[in-house]
Design a protein around this ligand. Structure first.
Ligand code: NAI
Length: 334
């Protein structure tokens, strides 16, 4: 039976990117049906909200979604539509792999890092207020339960993938209670995985930044509270070519939403200019999630072949191809 996947084309360049995915995935031997669910600025006027209930219902029903970027329209009451969607569906794990790809100039070769970012707590819980006229306060929330589930997700998936080194990132020397709790819970969970990893260790976030810039190949899996994870995952995207090449996934107990890390880049919308790579790599990870590991490998091979030549790379990667030409090149290389 075909697997139905919710497809949110999104705003700006979103439809260009998801069209590319439909073409590439359509050329593979996979039994996937797309259920289109419109969200974002596109539906704001008609629905009165950028995140209609029908979109959430579709994701809840299908359990898997691929999402293009969503613009947060001004004055909606949402800090971010993307954060609202993650909260609503309790997608507590944000997984951000960084993998070196051929044809993309970067300072280091052979980067293969993966970040597990806690996606619901920390300073991103949004508990903020002003104090009188001249001060403001934001509350950092770290719970045992929230930390345990992201740590367990990271250990379980890393063990399955045969990864050998896992590092918790924190600032527990200063934030002894909040980051201290995150670090302690990580090491408690680690006791169940001692035989599965060669190294289980911790780094203070500032030192981690320096290490990632100077010796990124020493690291394998990083587990972070929300804010450090957000910052470090962009740093790691920079190590492999920038946001245009960075895939992401938001994972909960039952639901998984795959999406590129970048935004809706409205200036390139509908111009055959956008690079679909981050969305394609997100779709590739979705195929693995759905049990299509072999097809995902074929997709990766097709992508890498298309990236090798400047004629088939997009302009942001120093090539001359448009979204459609890059997509065609991948399909013919599958
Ligand atoms: P952006 O990622 O859309 O753009 C930043 C820069 O990168 C721009 O120069 C853009 O043209 C370029 N760029 C981004 N993706 C590209 C691609 N695939 N191909 C070629 N060039 C690309 O970030 P910005 O401008 O801060 O945000 C625009 C909108 O996107 C905002 O409304 C923001 O809220 C939303 N956004 C949505 C996200 C999501 O849906 N997960 C994530 C980040 C931003």
């Amino acid at each position: 039976m075909a697997q139905t996947v919710t497809l949110i084309p999104g705003d700006g360049i979103g439809p260009d990117l998801t069209d590319s995915v439909k073409e590439v995935v359509g050329a593979l031997d996979v039994d996937i049906e797309w259920e289109i669910a419109e969200a974002g600025e596109t539906v704001m006027d008609g629905e009165g909200t950028p995140l209609p209930d029908s979109v959430l219902e579709s994701i809840r029903r299908n359990k898997v979604a691929l999402k293009g970027p969503l613009t947060t329209p001004v004055g909606t009451g949402f800090r971010s539509v993307n954060v609202a969607l993650r909260k609503e569906l309790d997608l507590y794990g944000n997984i951000r792999p960084s993998l070196s790809l051929p044809g993309i100039e970067t300072p280091y070769k052979n980067i293969d890092l993966i970040i597990y970012r806690e996606n619901t707590e920390d300073l991103y819980a949004g508990v903020e207020h002003t104090v009188g006229k001249h001060a403001a306060e934001s509350i950092k929330i770290i719970t045992r339960e929230g930390t345990e589930r992201i740590c367990r997700m990271a250990f379980e998936r890393s063990k399955e993938q045969g990864r050998k080194h896992i590092t918790v990132v924190h600032k527990a020397n200063i934030m002894k209670f909040t980051d201290g709790l995150f670090r302690d819970v990580f090491f408690e969970v680690a006791k169940d995985y001692e035989n599965d990893f060669e190294e289980i260790d911790d780094r203070i976030v500032d030192n981690m930044c320096m290490q990632l810039v100077m010796k990124p190949n020493l690291y394998d899996v990083l587990v972070c509270p929300n804010l450090y994870g957000d910052i470090l995952s962009d740093l790691c995207a920079g190590l492999t070519g920038g946001l245009g090449v960075a895939p992401g996934a938001n994972i909960g107990e039952e639901i998984a939403v795959f999406e590129p890390v970048h935004g809706s880049a409205p200036k390139y919308a509908g111009q055959n200019r956008a690079n679909p790579l981050a969305t394609l790599l997100s779709a590739k990870n979705m195929l693995i999630h759905l049990g299509y590991a072999e097809e995902a490998d074929r997709m990766q091979t097709g992508i890498e072949a298309a990236l090798k030549s400047p004629e088939t790379r997009t302009k942001d990667l120093g090539g001359s191809a448009g979204t459609k030409e890059f997509t065609q090149a991948i399909v013919s290389n599958l």
